[in-house]
Write a protein of this length. Structure first.
Length: 132
């Protein structure tokens, strides 16, 4: 099976990041018969659909991991409130770091991931045309 090269896929993705339009169009220059055009169109769409699926799967597992991480942080902070020694202070620091890691990810990374997911989805549905 043919695959879209990572270099070309990255190039298309970087260009798509700069386009704020809802619909993305890709023009391919070259003299291709209808069968080859269909293959190229399918190759591009399949590649970005696969990327979208992988992105969704990774996002799901990342959300589960972040929830677990926040829960552990809350437990550590709770334990620290019932301990009056050095171990309690260590639990407080570890719990605070865990909670702030999740909060930081939520505030700063979630928008970046949503934008990337949106671009992959738009690329999987893009208009592909061919020119001689």
């Amino acid at each position: 099976k043919e695959e879209l090269s990572e270099e070309l896929a990255s190039y298309i993705f970087e260009i798509a990041k700069q386009i704020s339009l809802e619909e993305i169009s890709i023009k391919i220059k070259g003299n291709f018969d209808e069968e080859k055009q269909s293959e190229l169109e399918s190759l591009i769409r399949r590649y970005y659909r696969k990327k979208t699926v992988l992105f969704n799967r990774n996002d799901k597992y990342d959300s589960i991991f972040k929830s677990l991480y926040a829960f552990i942080g809350i437990i550590l902070v709770y334990i620290s409130s019932h301990t009056d020694n050095l171990l309690g202070e260590l639990f407080l620091i570890a719990g605070s770091v865990a909670i702030w890691e999740v909060v930081g990810d939520f505030l700063f990374e979630i928008m970046k991931r949503k934008r990337e997911k949106n671009i992959y989805t738009r690329l999987s549905r893009c208009n592909i045309s061919f020119e001689d």
